[in-house]
Design a protein around this ligand. Sequence first.
Ligand SMILES: [Zn+2]
Length: 738
Amino acid sequence: MMALTIVTLSYSQQKTLTGFSKEGAEAEFKLEENFDRLLTPGNLDQWMKRLSARPHHLGSAYGKSNAEYLRDLFNSWGYDTQIETYKVLFPTPKIRILEMTAPTKYVARLAEPPLKEDATSGQTSEQLPVYNAWSPDGDVTAEVVFVNYGIPDDYEQLERLGIDVKGKIVIAKYGASWRGIKPKVAQEHGAVGCIIYSDPEGDGYFKGDVYPKGAFKNKWGAQRGSVQDMPIYPGDPLTPNIGATEDAKRLDRSEAANLLKIPVLPISYGDAQPLLEALGGPVVPEKWRGALPITYHIGPGPVKVHLKLQFDWKLVDCYDVIARLKGSEFPDEWVVRGNHHDAWVNGASDPISGLVSELEEARSIAMLVKDGWKPKRTILFCAWDGEEPSLIGSTEWVEQHATELQQKVVAYINSDGNGRGFVDVGGSHTLETMVGEITRDVIDPQTGVSVLERKKSADAVHSSTSKEKKEVLAKKNLTISALGSGSDYTPFIQHLGIASLSIGYGGESDGGEYHSIYDSYDHFKRFKDPQFEYGIALTKTAGRATLRLANAEVLPFDFKTFQTTLSKYLTEVITLLDNVRESTEIENQMIRERRYSLAADPAQKYIPPAAKDAVPYLNFGNLQNAVARLERSATVFNELPATGSQANTHLSQLNQLLYQAERKLITESGLPRRPWYKHTIYAPGFYTGYGVKTLPGIREAIEQRNWKEAQEQIEIASQAIEDFNRQVEGVNKILLLR
Ligand SMILES: [Zn+2]
């Protein structure tokens, strides 16, 4: 108790605000107090009830109704609001058949039953059935192989066991990677079909009581979701790099590089168990076992299944709601705040819990305006459509308005589903200081300490080593994570180089409702955030980000926090290369000395790995020098007083340089084999999907043992960091003048 009190005291004593003068900060704190006072949890509740009352996926009648309802809400508060409509490809199922034809017969049910405890679960005529969007049409019959999570490591194991998936249908568990990676890797290995099931170990009875008794997945619950190859490019597959307007030039579907070739279907563990139970072949490695009461086997066979899928490949309307509040001093500097409004089914948690927080933020800011306050910069509140299939609404909007957005957007602030628990922020590390100050100033509704201290406590407790624990406790700021993908920030940060944040709360409200018909108002009110306390905490957190970015005299970017993080990433990739070299040497020795074969059970089939090429030394010199120069300029930046009530002469130029800095981190050519992704520091992994790869060009080339490309990517990243450094030096020059 004592320690906490001291911590709180020391905060209030030194409560400064980056980017604000002393008077500016006082006015800002006052404004935020008024903002907080306006926040009403009942509004979130009422809007959630309305927006999740019926299924509202992309292209649905209720999705359109929600977009119009949102537009009218924003307009009623005084925002200048438009719906921007795109015409986008969106496949929905016509035929879904999965049946086991040998050794016994079983026809998969492929449906989640309505429950009397869940009022919206019976809206069957409007629900999208359980399916993976962007699976191609297909009709295949083949033997089955169980591939664990279906990630590259699992196929290595299969190779050791002498099991080939060529011509087979694989069955993989949900988890360990984004779902779209599973069919992608299966396809690369020659499989003809892919089934993804929810093992109870992931989000079923192994985790807690199942719905409706508890929050977790019941026997027939299944996870819808996209399997578009989004690490290539997201959005409408027919219009990469351009907005999918009515008259846009479209690719033929066969030309879209982000569409898979083998049929994919997600199923429940109720439907998976008969197949897994009947599989023969070797027993799986220990780590592959799930929580079903069976002995897991790999196959192939004797299980044979017939998988037939057919989709309606139609263009539908995609409705983005864009609400504007014009800035009084810098109308051409925009702060953009967004959350998607489409769901797979009713989507109370994903995405409505985040959207209602954004709505309350917009409503309260509008009330402050009615009271006479004006934001210096323009604020845009956005509600995106088509996020679930592949970030369509945000991507098409960003692609259509790219030039203007690159000029004007100061930062993009994203949220998505929200729940009870700990604050989680990912984003550009130039904004880490601002995030630290915000989380210092928002109070956790359950414990009364700042959300920063709550998060730090959880991080310290869950750190595995004493060294990590020490680091967490010693750090004043919140550590923000790097952004991979999985929500609407992707086009902003990774395509255009706009500094972005993604903010949410969670960790104490886990369940198995994700992308199922049970993600409902009833489920949310019982298991997620019944009083919307964390909905309000999100409004306070994201609202402060919006308000501070809109009001700051000098935009609160911090190049020192960015450089510190970048230096860590650089050390990581250098260490990665050393580790790969060391492991290659020892592996090759063990292969030469037949160690693997001698360690294996001679009674079972075992194929030793093949020797790998030796790992060369790469020249990191240019990159190390670029980072060292940045370290010097960022240190100077950190020591210069950014704000002061004096000279405003260069303010506008200074702010432009500050928010344009992130653009320097993108390259026109983009990443190898996926030029849509242009950021040299952050990208979703080619083989992880949502999971981030930092310094992605270098890191992935090393992981793929492509040494020539790794060296090329080192030079490309060096150039980007040199450009970024020149921008920081430009900022310093102005700060010295002031
Ligand atoms: Zn979502």
